[in-house]
Design a protein around this ligand. Structure first.
Ligand code: GLU
Length: 313
């Protein structure tokens, strides 16, 4: 009999030093996992070869250790049974899952350029989301004709279907796949895997039971739930945590150095940073110094503010 343990994960892209917002996501995921005596997986999302750097992976690991956020599987040590834990080494795994969907004849090649796609965007898509108008979609419904998976940008047919999930923080969520994204890319012609496919395959194969990540990825969850369904995989629970924003209301970026771990570590102790975040999100009533370890017993998802942004004053 399979023992149903809690498995959480932190899945950073090594494209820069961690900032306070990244620390916040990692902390909540870690606390939730540790409060349930679960396992915490560190997966390195280095799908983008141009922007991902091994130096950043090393810094992320060093920052997590300095903060007291230990992991049980993954990272550069690749410990654990479900590795490799860096996405750039998992091509063969993504390929086999892509072929499963291909064999259902739900995929088609797409030759649209980004500029063509942007030109067909409806005006309300001003939040940066791309909804594919279906320019290259075959004229008949699936099953679609066979084509070469190699060398083509590959899209998956998405139905005009309502999706639903209950987020641990944001509550009931409903979205329509056709309105939210349309047919989306699973792999680009140059061989680059889409985040949506990789994240679903990895979370399922690494047996993740709870995904904690920034609120900016809330809408992606509908696409991911669709892929879970197509692949016959069990979806985890999701908690989309508020984004930490600067005083102008903009989310922190890896290019903004003022709240990067490099600066923070020069000025503060880990207990300052953890205590400050715990107070900002509603876990504690004031910002006293506390270690991540000592926060475990205070942690409760019900205390976390239900909002999409936390503005730093
Ligand atoms: N790799 C993504 C990031 O660093 C996170 C993706 C996820 O947690 O699903 O923002």
């Amino acid at each position: 009999m399979k023992i149903n343990t809690h498995i959480g994960r932190y899945a950073p892209s090594p494209t820069g030093r961690m900032h306070l917002g990244n620390v916040f996501t990692a902390l909540l995921s870690w606390l939730s996992t540790r409060s349930k005596n679960g396992k915490w997986v560190l997966r390195i999302e280095d799908l983008d070869p141009q922007r991902s750097k091994t130096e950043y992976t090393a810094m992320i690991e060093d920052d997590l250790q300095w903060l007291g956020l230990s992991w049980d599987e993954g990272g550069t040590a690749n410990s654990g049974n479900n590795g490799p834990y860096n996405q750039s080494a998992r091509n063969h795994i993504y390929q086999s899952f892509l072929e499963q969907i291909y064999n259902k004849r739900l995929l088609y090649p797409c030759s649209c350029r980004r500029s063509d796609i942007l030109a067909t965007q409806a005006p309300h898509q001003s939040d940066g989301r791309i909804v594919y108008a279906g320019t290259c979609r075959p004229a008949t419904e699936p099953p679609f004709p066979v084509f070469s998976l190699k060398g083509n940008t590959v899209r998956v047919w998405t139905p005009d279907e309502e999706m639903h999930f209950t987020d641990i923080i944001c509550g009931e969520q409903n979205g329509n796949l056709a309105v939210n994204c349309g047919d989306f890319i699973l792999r680009r012609a140059d061989g680059a895997w889409a985040y949506q496919l990789a994240v679903v395959v990895d979370d399922a194969m690494m047996e993740i039971t709870e995904v904690v990540r920034g609120n900016d990825l809330l809408l992606s969850t509908f696409q991911q739930l669709y892929l879970y369904k197509l692949l016959g995989l069990t979806a985890p629970k999701f908690a989309h945590v508020p984004l930490i924003c600067n005083a102008n209301g903009q989310r922190l970026s890896k290019r903004d150095n003022s709240l990067s771990m490099e600066t923070l570590r020069r000025e503060y102790k880990p207990e300052h940073i953890i205590g400050h975040l715990a107070h900002l999100c509603g876990l504690t009533e004031s910002a006293y110094m506390i270690s991540a370890q000592n926060l475990i017993e205070i942690f409760d998802w019900r205390k976390i503010k239900r909002q999409d942004k936390i503005i730093l004053q």
